[in-house]
Design a protein around this ligand. Sequence first.
Ligand code: TRP
Length: 462
Amino acid sequence: MNQEHKLGAVTWAKRGSFILAATGSSVGLGNIWKFPYIAGQNGGGAFVLMYIGMVLLVGIPILLAELVLGRRGRASPINTMRALSRETHSSRFWTIIGWMGALCGLMILSFYSVAAGWVLAYFDHALRGDFRGLDGSGSLTLFANLLANRDLLLLLHTVFILMTVVVLALGVKKGLESAIRWMMPSLFALVIVLLVAAMIEGEFAQSLRYMFSFKLSDITWESALIAMGHSFFTLSVGMGAIIAYGAYTPRDMSVGRTVLAVAFLDTCVALGVGVAIFAFVFATPGISPSQGPGLMFVTLPVAFGGLPAGDVIASIFFGMVILAAWTSTISLLEPSIAYLTETFKMHRAASSALLGFIAWLLGVGAALSFNDWAHVEILWGKTFFDTMDFVASNILLPLGGLLIALFVGWRMSAQQLNQEVDLAGSRIMRIWRLLLRYLSPLAILIIFVYSILPVLQAVFGE
Ligand code: TRP
């Protein structure tokens, strides 16, 4: 019988693979595309500070909680929660963490893969030197033409789903582990090359000032909330990806240090890429850092097009984004694939193909949101793409994170936690438990209410 059918039979073969896999999951479009533009829209340094605070207070405690659940359950998030609710004499209700997470992973993958498809197209443009001499309006047209090209978007989305499914179908060791073993070092190397290029050709000092200096008055209530929401998405917490990866960790792992390493690497990539992007932006007259979502696809190509060796830098940049997105998408399906293989003894290849197909189907709606279905509203004023993003990122992730914090904080005993975390009796352990019990749930409830308020207003009128 295939080893991977037995619960808890698989562990990462090499030391450090969990760190690489979890970092691969965390570092993605969230860091490279989203983080720089939301930092640019929310005052640069002030936002960066809030974001780091949220990662420390909310992101890291829940990341650690997910890892603990996975280590204790040694199975897919759904079966882990089933076993742990029994072990802690809690209601079966908590299994919903696993189910919601599986659904959330499919939903995130649907729109994420479409956006990753744009990156494939831009990598191709970069290789062909299409950015040379590009101006603002030319760049806008390039992006608008891509979004309007339904068949191309569908093709690119299909390619990205296939790339994801192939890695997953090969299994935990031959697929995931061997993929991240070469992809993550390449990704880090590319980030460093990009930073060096930014130092040589960009306005590096100005960019550093922009990212790391702030006036206290720039900190707003709204940017705090955006930072909190982003800390979930960027660390991949709230849907069970880390529970699934954590189930494969060897017993003798330094859990606290591992979690800090993942969060540290994720933050370094976000900050490093952010500094590089703004250095290129500041080196290009007439474009501003607060462009919004078009920063990566519209602004940056103009900046690259004006630089010496801009084609090479652009190819490195978009190649890096492909690797980052790829190691993230595999983590979105792993929880549900693990569930199908454990529970129904399905073959990895079959369950990967089945779930990949479901995500692909949802993604068709996301791809059409920019052309044929541009005027179809699914939720109030939101296209299919925006609906998937909103429901998954603003509702399911915080809700999942809240339940995870409450379960680990209140339902698991100190003794059970000490068996999974090598920090028994330390002050860090006590602080972590306090955060999980009170501060993280409270903070999440606040984001949650805040993010659904506009929807409630839209439904019930002012
Ligand atoms: N963290 C990834 C990013 O920043 C996206 C991602 C991958 C994710 N897996 C996840 C987000 C699980 C939430 C949950 O791009």
